[in-house]
Design a protein around this ligand. Structure first.
Ligand code: CS2
Length: 489
């Protein structure tokens, strides 16, 4: 079967790209060319160009640790398909907003040059929580990280923060003009955070470099925060075969997504930008509230379902939410633990938002696996669940349901063989766990991991008691025990 490309697509004539390939000028550099950006940011950007007729926002995509997506997209002229799954799904779409795909690992200088190009006005990034190299103790850049150190020492940069800062440094030298850096990861205050990390990197450079760089940065670079939302599972071989059947061409970079997508952006741009509002993005002064709501409602219950599902052999999120007891636990966590401890942004109705996310999780066509959502738990539980737990404890309330999610995560970590645990802290987590793993040994050992649980949380007997209770329920009676405890406990 022929491969998707501008030429093969034109020859096959079945599907037309919405924007003619080869006509766009690059205006955005995107770091972290995974499935999410292809299904979300690239689609918003293409829609914005379609709405306005602009051709200035072609995306130069950069893969981070692996070159796979660059290898998939390059022979396809950057083209890929998005298949929506679930009720209200739009027809298969060929997206052509990615104009170049670079492996950042193999071509770090090209990445810096693209960020520094005068035509680039926006850098967007989806590098996941761990990609930011945050020191959990300070909340700033982990200067001790060996790759951060190498980037600081002047090696061609491999970390996202190194790439951005070196790109900005080159812009300052060449007078390339202002730049906006737009984080699109699930982190609270992601813009402010990215700015803090970039400044920390700049500050750690030799003083001959850092003073000038920081001054230029303050005057020319902004870091708006955003809230992004779209569930994008990993593409399977079955998905690729279905696309091939429908398109009549092979698309190795195909992505699958739910029909829903949302983007809330702080309007704080240093230079020009795509008219993303024309594509349905919401520009808001209240992004922090949107992000907190998303993290502590949607992502928190997503993680809860993932770990409950992993503990009871449920392969997908829709299987997990299809279990009545788990859906109940989620609803109770949302209503009792999360909603009372967050301030919702104007225009968001908490009850209907919660109902809508449970509906989205239930989409049986999506195939979003509990293993994927459950990955990198050490980077997620703090932002999604411990925030809510802390707020409840501070208010003298028992965070019973959020604690269930954390206990299920602990169970996942303690029962997954070391090599199979998909988490950047896997080695550290495994090293604190005793050989004999029961509630009584695992809960205190994990509470001792300071990069996840601060001393205050670890000292809470209420929290520890809830964790022990739920861990014991999972370990002794599994699904039956959970059903009983959740429904009648
Ligand atoms: C998920 C998110 O994998 C995960 O941790 O909770 O990727 C989730 O699907 C997105 O944030 C939805 O917008």
């Amino acid at each position: 079967m022929a491969r998707l490309s501008a030429a093969s697509l034109a020859a096959n004539g079945k599907h037309r790209p919405l924007l003619a390939p080869g006509t766009l000028r690059p205006g955005i550099v995107h770091l972290g060319l995974g499935a999410f950006v292809r299904a979300h940011t690239a689609v918003f950007t293409e829609n914005a160009m379609l709405a306005t007729g602009s051709q200035d926002w072609g995306i130069v995509g950069v893969t981070q640790r692996s070159d796979t997506v660059a290898r998939q997209l390059t022979p396809q002229d950057g083209l890929f398909t998005v298949t929506e799954r679930g009720s209200g799904a739009a027809p298969l779409r060929v997206v052509s907003s990615v104009v170049e795909a670079i492996s950042g690992r193999d071509h770090p200088e090209s990445v810096v040059n693209r960020i520094a190009a005068a035509t680039t006005q926006v850098v967007t990034l989806t590098v996941t929580e761990k990609g930011y190299r945050i020191d959990p103790h300070t909340g700033s850049l982990n200067i001790g990280d060996p790759q951060v150190q190498a980037d600081l020492a002047g090696h061609p940069p491999q970390t996202a923060i190194g790439q951005i800062t070196r790109g900005i440094q080159q812009r300052a030298r060449t007078g390339a003009g202002p730049l906006t850096v737009v984080s699109c990861d699930n982190l609270p205050g992601n813009g402010e955070l990215t700015g803090t990390l970039v400044r920390a990197f700049a500050t750690a450079l030799p003083s001959a470099e850092s003073g000038q760089l920081l001054a230029w940065l303050d005057a020319n670079v902004t870091f708006p925060s955003t809230m992004v939302d779209r569930m994008v599972p990993a593409t399977t071989d079955g998905d690729l075969a279905a696309v091939e059947h429908e398109l009549g061409l092979r698309d190795d970079a195909a992505v699958v997504a739910e029909p829903f997508m949302q983007w809330v952006i702080e309007d704080n741009f240093a230079a020009d930008r795509p008219a993303w509002e024309e594509a349905g993005a919401l520009f808001s002064t209240d992004v922090a509230a949107w992000e907190a709501a998303k993290l502590r409602l949607l992502n928190a219950s997503h993680s809860m379902l993932a770990y409950l599902g992993l503990a009871t052999g449920k392969e997908t999120i829709s299987d997990a939410v299809g279990e009545d007891a788990f859906r109940t636990a989620c609803s109770l966590m949302l209503a009792h633990d999360a909603l009372p401890t967050i301030s919702l942004p104007a225009g968001l109705d908490g009850a209907s938002y919660c109902a809508q996310i449970l509906e989205r999780f239930a989409n049986p066509a999506l195939g979003h696996t509990t293993a994927k959502v459950g990955s990198d738990g050490s980077q997620k539980v703090g932002l999604r669940l411990l925030t809510t737990i802390r707020a409840n404890l501070d208010a003298g309330r028992e965070p019973k349901w959020a604690a269930l999610a954390v206990a299920a995560w602990m169970h996942h970590v303690a029962t997954t063989p070391a090599a199979g645990l998909n988490d950047p802290l896997a080695a550290e987590l495994q090293s604190v766990l005793p050989a004999e793993r029961t509630a009584a040994t695992v809960v205190p050992a994990m509470l001792g991991v300071r990069s996840i649980f601060d001393a205050g949380l670890a000292a809470s007997t209420t929290f520890a008691g809830l964790l022990m209770h739920w861990y014991r329920t999972i370990e002794t009676d599994g699904l039956d025990g959970l059903r009983k405890e959740i429904t009648h406990g």
